[in-house]
Design a protein around this ligand. Structure first.
Ligand SMILES: Nc1nc2c(c(=O)[nH]1)N[C@H]1C(S)=C(S)[C@@H](COP(=O)(O)OP(=O)(O)OC[C@H]3O[C@@H](n4cnc5c(=O)[nH]c(N)nc54)[C@H](O)[C@@H]3O)O[C@H]1N2
Ligand SMILES: Nc1nc2c(c(=O)[nH]1)N[C@H]1C(S)=C(S)[C@@H](COP(=O)(O)OP(=O)(O)OC[C@H]3O[C@@H](n4cnc5c(=O)[nH]c(N)nc54)[C@H](O)[C@@H]3O)O[C@H]1N2
Ligand code: SF4
Ligand SMILES: [Mo]
Length: 703
């Protein structure tokens, strides 16, 4: 037998960008192991990377365009698929206007070089502004805060975890997720290193998570109340004279407005609502300000809640005013080899936040998108500009967006739908035509987005290991084919590699010879050093200043006051509070067709605190019915004191036993769809972001 061949690449499943080593021969993959020479991940991988081979070999993967027939699906050629899509979309736009066609772009696009550098062109080809994506069920409040405070949505403060002395983690579980808006492969190792050098990690979460377990301290917090905690933390800095802007004092504007805005939020006022003692809040603020270096990092749990916008604003101000912004060991900024911030500066991209509002509910447009929480009503509500056709690429909103059942109903009512996906799943089953995408080991990769969020400056390009199977095509080619089918946009012949090479050569490492060729010669990636203090040169606000108190946030405090102090509502029929969680062997909704990731006992369980379980007469292993205002589901119970009393948790990304899907392995352990319970009418009204935290529910034992 010939020696196996070796291929090095970046795993593109999650944001961590782990380096992997794939051994293979002509027939098959022999092993997937960590690449110890990758300068960022340095030998870390998780179980999902090994499953990349399963998705490559998966018999359920789509390999040819499918057209829906009266009772089933038929395989068709790309030519006839594109011809039909072009005709139908043009027909609908002629009859009902350009806005009648919408797009939805899912999370895997962010992990795909080709998609990321061609997506804007694809969206423009429709002449419609009706675009949606998973960003508004995720990190939208970060972009809105970065834009208003620093001048660019992609100017992302990243915790300098490898050098910090103190890390306050709010609503994130990076030991399992490996970080988000913080690419930190092997987070457990990095966290342990903080502790080993005498530092401290504190976690605020309604669940004692895997991260909380390894941290020095953990506080339960009542879901959805983090904005109050952050207001109080900021308040203490001013009240106790701990405010210090350090080297940013000449560029930070609106300090007094911020001081005034937080003045009313003394810890005693927020303590009973958050569930965290006032003295502890004071102590945390003092620890942040007094540590040699410190960083506050807040993520999913603090973004996908009713005050996600305020949370992200106040996280940034807390870092700045405690003297920990753009400083070694604090919240810092990368110097990415492919710098999206420079390429899409203000002259090219006006601030689109609030430039339009959604037709039915009036939620703000941002960064060329409406929030996904309004998609169902935009399809189901008659009138001018009603959405009648949808193109979904690499997205599964029936599982991932709030109130998935209503979205399913909406998709079933569309005049025409196209989905480009790797599976016939909960969302693509509604399409009239499904286009098969190449994925994972079959696409070249450079992480344009995640190098920007990484805890160290590195750059890495991976070639495609295998060609697409049969009729599959890479997403960027699908974008291009759709654009020309719909709007006769000519192929300009520009490939993602050309854009990458051009940007690398024009970037900050040009003098060191940075180019695609250089990266091709370094298959493990290139180390570009630790994060550096660079914000003053990177700020993109028109006046070159950091805005500590943008008016939209000051205005939103009124909504917060109303919610918590004026019109606080009683628990009523739904006395418990539901939150989501992520699992080590699962990524969003699409990785469950790998047997090695779903085998064993059911992972998709309801976690219930033992006091609540006693009261409800619930036992581990029993089934329970969970009800919300929106719907109900039946789920396996796991009693666990990981949970804050009064709070229950279900993983997101499951619910595979729906009719019309073709994911045979996933159906072996289907789980339940948490978004059958979440409510698309409750959002962060400031940014339009979806709300997954603190969903009022009731739990009933099934005997
Ligand atoms: N294994 C695995 N890794 C993943 C993913 C995956 O599906 N599986 N998905 C990837 C994606 S797309 C993303 S965006 C990232 C997300 O990565 P993280 O930001 O780390 O998100 P989660 O793991 O969902 O952790 C959110 C935490 O917030 C807590 N929480 C819920 N509500 C509240 C609240 O109101 N306040 C506070 N303080 N906490 C709250 C939850 O209990 C949970 O522990 O993970 C990525 N990595
Ligand atoms: N309740 C609750 N809901 C949540 C979350 C939560 O924590 N709680 N998390 C939210 C977050 S952070 C996110 S990012 C969203 C994710 O929301 P989505 O992006 O809508 O959902 P995914 O499950 O990532 O779906 C990805 C889809 O792309 C397909 N796919 C995979 N790889 C490729 C590829 O290379 N090309 C193509 N064309 N298709 C591909 C998959 O089969 C799947 O259909 O979910 C959000 N929803
Ligand atoms: S942590 Fe993320 S990038 Fe790393 S191996 Fe796992 S799925 Fe891949
Ligand atoms: Mo996400």
């Amino acid at each position: 037998m010939a020696d196996p061949k070796i291929h090095y690449r970046t795993c593109n499943i999650c944001e961590a960008m782990c380096g992997i080593e794939v051994r293979y021969d002509d027939q098959q993959i022999l092993s997937i192991r960590p690449d110890r020479k990758d300068p960022l991940s340095r030998g870390h991988i998780c179980p999902k990377a090994v499953a990349l081979q399963d998705y490559y070999h998966d018999e359920d993967r789509l390999t040819q365009p499918l057209r829906r027939t009266a009772s089933d699906w038929e395989e068709i050629s790309w030519d006839s698929a594109l011809e039909e899509i072009g005709e139908r979309v043009r027909e609908i736009q002629q009859a009902h206007g350009k806005q009648s066609v919408a797009t939805y772009i899912g999370n895997p696009n962010a992990h795909n070089l080709g998609s990321l550098v061609t997506i804007h062109k694809f969206r423009r080809a429709f002449g419609s502004s009706n675009h949606y994506s998973s960003a508004s069920a995720d990190q939208l409040p970060h972009h809105v805060a970065n834009k208003h405070m620093l001048g660019h949505g992609s100017l992302i403060p990243v915790p300098d975890v490898d050098r910090t002395d103190y890390m306050l983690i709010i609503g994130a579980n990076p030991v399992v997720s490996n970080g988000s808006m913080m690419t930190a492969p092997g987070f457990p190792r990095r966290m342990k290193a903080i502790q080993e050098r005498g530092g401290k990690v504190v976690v605020i979460d309604p669940r004692r998570t895997e991260t909380a377990d390894k941290a020095d301290e953990h506080f339960f917090i009542t879901p959805n109340t983090d904005a109050l905690l952050l207001l109080a933390l900021n308040h203490v800095l001013f009240a106790d004279g701990l405010d210090s802007l350090g080297h940013l004092s000449s560029v930070a504007a609106e300090l007094d407005a911020l001081r005034q805005a937080v003045a009313a939020y003394i810890p005693e006022r927020v303590a009973p609502i958050t569930g965290i003692d006032a003295q502890e809040i004071r102590r945390l603020a003092h620890e942040m300000a007094n540590a040699p270096s410190a960083v506050c990092y807040s993520r999913m749990g603090a973004s996908t809640q009713q005050f996600g916008g305020l949370c992200q604003w106040l996280t940034i101000t807390f870092n700045i005013v405690s003297g920990n912004f753009d400083q070694r060991g604090g919240a810092m900024f990368t110097t990415p080899a492919f710098d999206l911030v420079k390429i899409t500066d203000n002259t090219h991209r006006p601030n689109s936040y609030g430039s339009k509002h959604s037709r039915v509910r009036g939620l703000p447009y941002n960064n060329n998108e409406f929030p996904v929480s309004v998609l169902a009503e935009e399809i189901l509500t008659p009138g001018e500009d009603q959405v009648r056709a949808l193109i979904a690429v690499a997205g599964n909103p029936v599982i991932s967006a709030p109130n998935g059942r209503r979205l399913a109903e909406a998709f079933a009512s569309l005049e025409f739908m196209v989905s480009a996906d790797i599976y016939l799943n909960q969302t693509s089953r509604f399409a009239n035509i499904v286009l098969p995408a190449a994925s994972g080991l079959q696409i070249p990769q450079y992480d344009v987005a995640f190098h920007i969020n990484a805890v160290r400056n590195t750059a890495k390009y991976s070639e495609a290991l295998f060609p697409p199977t049969k009729g599959q095509k890479p997403d960027w080619q699908i974008f291009r084919l759709l654009s020309s089918a719909i709007n006769q946009v000519d192929d300009d012949g520009i490939t993602p590699e050309m854009i990458l090479d051009h940007s690398l050569r024009a970037g900050p490492y040009a003098e060191q010879g940075m180019s695609l060729k250089m990266l091709q010669e370094h298959p493990h990636g290139v180390d570009l050093g630790p994060l550096e203090s660079n914000l003053v040169g990177r700020l993109q606000t028109p006046d070159g200043l950091i805005h500590l108190a943008p008016q939209l946030y000051l205005d939103d405090l009124e909504r917060l006051e109303q919610t918590f102090f004026v019109a606080a509502t009683a628990a009523g029929d739904f006395p418990l509070s539901l939150v989501s969680r992520r699992l080590p062997r699962s990524h969003n909704s699409w990785t469950h067709n790998s047997h090695r990731l779903v085998k064993g006992k059911n992972q998709c369980t309801l976690l219930v605190n033992s006091d609540d379980a006693n009261e409800l007469k619930l036992l581990s292993g029993q089934m329970a019915k969970v009800k919300s205002k929106i719907g109900e589901l039946t789920v396996d119970v796991e009693v666990s004191d990981e949970m804050m009393p009064g709070v229950v948790s279900i993983p997101h990304g499951w619910g595979h036993d729906m009719d019309g899907t073709r994911m045979s392995t996933a159906r072996l352990q289907p789980g339940v769809n948490i978004n059958d319970l979440t409510d698309e009418s409750v959002v962060d009204e400031l940014t339009g972001n979806a709300c997954f935290s603190g969903i009022p529910v009731s739990v009933h034992p099934i005997t």
